[in-house]
Design a protein around this ligand. Structure first.
Ligand code: NDP
Ligand code: MG
Length: 381
């Protein structure tokens, strides 16, 4: 295994799975951006042979002298692509956050590795280029909803579903008005009701941009139209998503709200191993509530859907603007509703052309970030 983004929420839970299944999984490579302490601890525990630190500013961290003897350590962004190409790596976990994970995802698929994929942003932005590289069974989703859909499709003859019901907890601000949303803080948003996650996705869950990204992710992964993916608010998060077939029959996947389950499934596919998390006693579950999302109050979902419908390079511009605004909100440089305003501003000014190359996406990502930065600098806090 090569685990990219090993110090994050997904990365550390993947290490838990590797710990539990040490007889089946061998960790040979790890990457972090800046968390060198954690990197050294994990490298020593798992006897890792190769590590990468993508933020070059950490090149001289003294702790790195404590890496296991013989462990190679490389720096900068290119280091990720080198890790995924290693001969002794069969399976890559892409758990980097944001657009920064895109090149490694490409490199891993091109090197014909099994790629277990958490980094949804790169599927949303680069799916038009990535999906044609993915042979059947080589790109396995880790995102819980997409893992659910993948599991529902096993054994079906026609892999493309008729329609998808994508479940959504509703986030911490479900039921609020826009007046209330104008006053929420990053600390309020970081209190997610059902999942413990990294900071970027936690804010995306509060704006519903996470669900918007997931609609586009599902459309790319499962080859369905944007309007064949319906978001369904299900606050209990017991059902992780549902697939509807041509005859109207619906399959759902249920389980504990614990990311170790979809992570492990991606690693074990097509097998199933012992549970990584406590099982649910379904006799104690009385309510399974469903409702439609409030897209007028949570405008990011509608913006993402629009980006998906128009396609081409628009999802790239949208996701870049969202990354910049998401960070600004966490750093108290803009308000909650400015995230949506910033994404709309950048989308309105983006020329939409077909996706042609990674270089083109890197360029659009950069220009959209600049545009978003200028917009946010005018927001008054
Ligand atoms: P975290 O912020 O917790 O972790 C991100 C990881 O990526 C860390 O290891 C971090 O290193 C590394 N990283 C940060 N910036 C860069 C960069 N510029 N280049 C390379 N590596 C970088 O995020 P999550 O684990 O929450 O999320 C990871 C991905 O998984 C996201 O795409 C998210 O949408 C997706 N996902 C997450 C879920 C969750 O439950 N957390 C659920 C479903 C999907 P360092 O610690 O050194 O900064
Ligand atoms: Mg998800």
């Amino acid at each position: 295994m090569a685990l990219l983004g090993a110090s994050g929420s997904i990365g550390t839970q993947a290490l838990d799975v590797c710990r539990q299944h040490a007889d089946r999984l061998s960790v040979v490579a790890l990457s972090v951006h800046a968390s060198t302490d954690m990197l050294v601890r994990a490298a020593r525990e798992f006897g890792v042979a190769h590590v990468a630190v993508t933020d070059g500013a950490h090149r001289d961290d003294p702790i790195l002298s404590e890496l296991p003897t013989g462990c190679s350590c490389s720096f900068g962004h290119e280091a990720l692509t080198d890790l995924v190409r290693l001969d002794d790596v069969d399976c890559v976990l892409n758990a980097v956050v944001g657009f920064a994970g895109i090149e490694a995802g490409f490199a891993a698929l091109r090197a014909d590795k099994v790629v277990t994929y958490a980094n949804k942003e790169s599927i949303v932005v680069g799916g038009d280029l990535l999906m044609p590289l993915a042979r059947p069974g080589r790109l396995i989703p880790v995102d819980s909803e997409h893992s659910a859909i993948y599991q529902c499709l096993v054994g079906e003859q026609r892999r493309a579903p008729h329609a998808i019901w994508l479940t959504c907890s509703g986030g911490p601000f479900r039921g609020m008005t826009r007046e209330q949303l104008a006053r929420v803080t990053a600390a309020d948003a970081l209190r997610h009701p059902t999942w413990r996650m990294g900071p970027k996705i936690t804010i995306d869950s509060a704006t519903l941009m996470n669900k918007g990204l997931e609609v586009l992710e599902a459309s790319q992964l499962f080859d369905v139209g944007i309007d064949d993916v319906t978001v369904l608010v299900h606050p209990q998060s017991h059902i992780h998503s549902m697939v509807e077939f041509a005859d109207g029959s619906v399959k759902a996947q249920l389980g504990p709200s614990d990311m170790r389950l979809p992570i492990q499934y991606a690693f074990s596919y097509p097998e199933r191993w012992e549970p990584p998390a406590p099982r649910v006693d379904w006799r104690t579950v009385s309510d399974l509530v469903f409702e439609a999302p409030d897209e007028e109050t949570f405008g990011c979902l509608a913006l993402a859907r629009e980006a998906g419908r128009r396609g081409g390079t628009l999802p790239c511009a949208m996701s870049a603007a969202n990354e910049v605004a998401n960070r600004a909100f966490r750093e108290n440089r803009c308000g909650f509703l400015d995230i949506e305003a910033c994404v709309a501003h950048v989308m309105e000014r983006s020329e939409v052309v077909p996706v042609e190359s990674l270089g083109q996406l890197v360029d659009i990502d950069m220009r959209s970030r600049e545009l978003a930065g200028r917009f946010l600098s005018r927001c008054v806090r």
